[in-house]
Ligand binder design. Sequence first.
Ligand code: XIL
Length: 312
Amino acid sequence: DPVLRDLATAKGKYYGTALPAGRLTGTHGSVAAAQFGSVTAENEMKWGSVEPTRGSFSWTGADQIMSFAAANGQKVRGHTLVWHSQLPNWLANGTFGNDELRTIMTDHVTTQTARYKGRIDQWDVVNEALNEDGTLRASKFYTQLGESYIADAFRAARAADPAAKLYINDYNTDATGAKSNGLYSLVQRLQAQGVPIDGVGFQTHLIIGQVPATFQANLQRFADLGLDVAITELDIRMTLPATTERLAQQKADFKAVTNACLAVARCKGITVWGFSDAVSWVPDVFPGQGAATPYNENYQPKPAYYGIAEAL
Ligand code: XIL
């Protein structure tokens, strides 16, 4: 089979995958190592994973992902520093004054980026900051600190790891529309304030047959702001069962997404959110849907895999 990481590298891009630390060995580990040039910890670098109790850190899973990547010559996307979800309980349910909360947040960003300084290619500094209508989400951080929490998080990350490219990352921003326009305006405000933002991540959790017609143009308009862009959590789900027809549509869709990134010079690469249907968040979160990745549950390449390879 063609090697996605090599095909992508030849085009000046990377092709990556999300990976859980519990799946670094066996078939899952060997395919991850062979086929992908970048990895993202699926959960292990989230705040709730790394600081389950205030002031007591648990880096084991995150460190395992880092070691795996180093051993296999892979880039790492750090995911994620400030997000409303998967926070530790002490933080989600705790009550803090505004100054205290701001310090808790910036200390967290500093601690985590400093730990992996020089070894992370891209950090998702802020994840899912927006509502569907393009306004800012009422997270604990936004509600207490206002929009400035975003600038503060980016500044803390830049100070601690100047080499990492700093991203804002979100979903349902793939097409032009209210949410994507809200993100575009937010990024422009950050740039106007001199906030050190380098890139915009597009999660790109899609449904077969629904790759937005405006996807490439949308990536391009963010790139035209002088930013890198990346497809950070790609999967393309279908209603189960996976029929021949649905798999053929999915192949066309993976190919189209790959082509969109290839057509945008500042699109740095693509990460799939799991590469095998055996290990994917989709069936747990979208009942009745699944088969959203390029390999089947037995680690056989699906038509989608060949769609990616054909595009690359
Ligand atoms: C998901 C993981 O895949 C699941 O294992 C976990 O239970 C929930 O989070 N957007 C993101 C990712 O930014 O971190 C999410 O990952 C999927 C949606």
